[in-house]
Design a binder for this molecule. Sequence first.
Ligand code: CA
Ligand code: CA
Ligand code: CA
Length: 362
Amino acid sequence: MQYSVLSLKIYLFICKTESYENYLQITGSITFAFLLCIDVSLAQTITEEDGDWSEKYVTLSNTSQAELMVRVGDVDNLNFGWPSDFNPFSGNNTPGHGFPWSVNEDDPAGTDQIMVISSYAGTPPYGSDGYTVTTSRPGNNVTPVTLQYNLNGIAVQSVVLQIFVDDFQAPVWGASYTVSINSVRVPFLENIINSLVQTGPIGKMISANVPAEYVYLFDDGQVSIRFDDYTTGAGDGFAIDFVKILINKAELGQYSSVTGRIIEMGTNTPLDSVLVVANSIRETYTASDGTYLIDSIPAGYISIRTYKPGYGSQSKNISLTNGELGNMNFELETPAPYIVQITPQADSIIIDLSAAIVVIFS
Ligand SMILES: [Ca+2]
Ligand SMILES: [Ca+2]
Ligand SMILES: [Ca+2]
């Protein structure tokens, strides 16, 4: 399906507009933009890994990616469709799109609809995004996305989550997201979601390996994922196109790599043995010269986090497409020593390890 050149220009103009003021100016054109986007979605795509993208509930066994693949939500860019030749699994951002849009009642709960965090009550601390000011309760209430599947005797050994997310902007509006699976908080997803800045609004694929201690959540064939912010009252709305889980032997096919060097702030000393983690899915340690290389990271939005005893943990983000090598350097800081007033007790020993204080009671 092809755009005409004129239509493409109009689409990009309207769809890249985010602020409320701009929204007021273009309201009359939104319907036109929406019709254009619908037009793009008519192309049918069927792939070995994902089946028919227009299907809203898909379960496939023994694909090239997984022993069992379960997807809820059609792969259709929130009903807008994809630009020609755009691959949502490639790691590229989508072009901006219009808002709000008509909700299709057939789309699974929690997909292809604008949701605004539960704590939003009309008095956001740092302003509001276009999703918040152009929608209202209860239509924009947060709704979990639920996947149901039959394991048919498969033992769940590993799980990779792929979620196509849109317009998460926690750093912009001061939101603090809680992500839960079956009501259990999952920090590995919270770290990613809370660092996303999808102003545009734009969509992107995130891929995350489910850490071993959370794999049990996928054992009984019912998974409910909820993205919400219960505390800040921030004016941040978001949307989810689809959620896909890959059970066992995940081979995603679209990979990128990140390299860099980690030094100590102030002294520029290279730091070895720093644990470097990408989206909780791949990890490595720095060498003696402070360098690291992580390959085979699923393409898309990548959050890199560092861990080293005695140093503050740092996180940076990068967006990489299939085959791309990104560069990300860090300067780690030793936290200032704590000053603690101690009331001596007969059986206490205090050991000061410069960055940390350990109190041993014996
Ligand atoms: Ca849809
Ligand atoms: Ca938003
Ligand atoms: Ca969808």
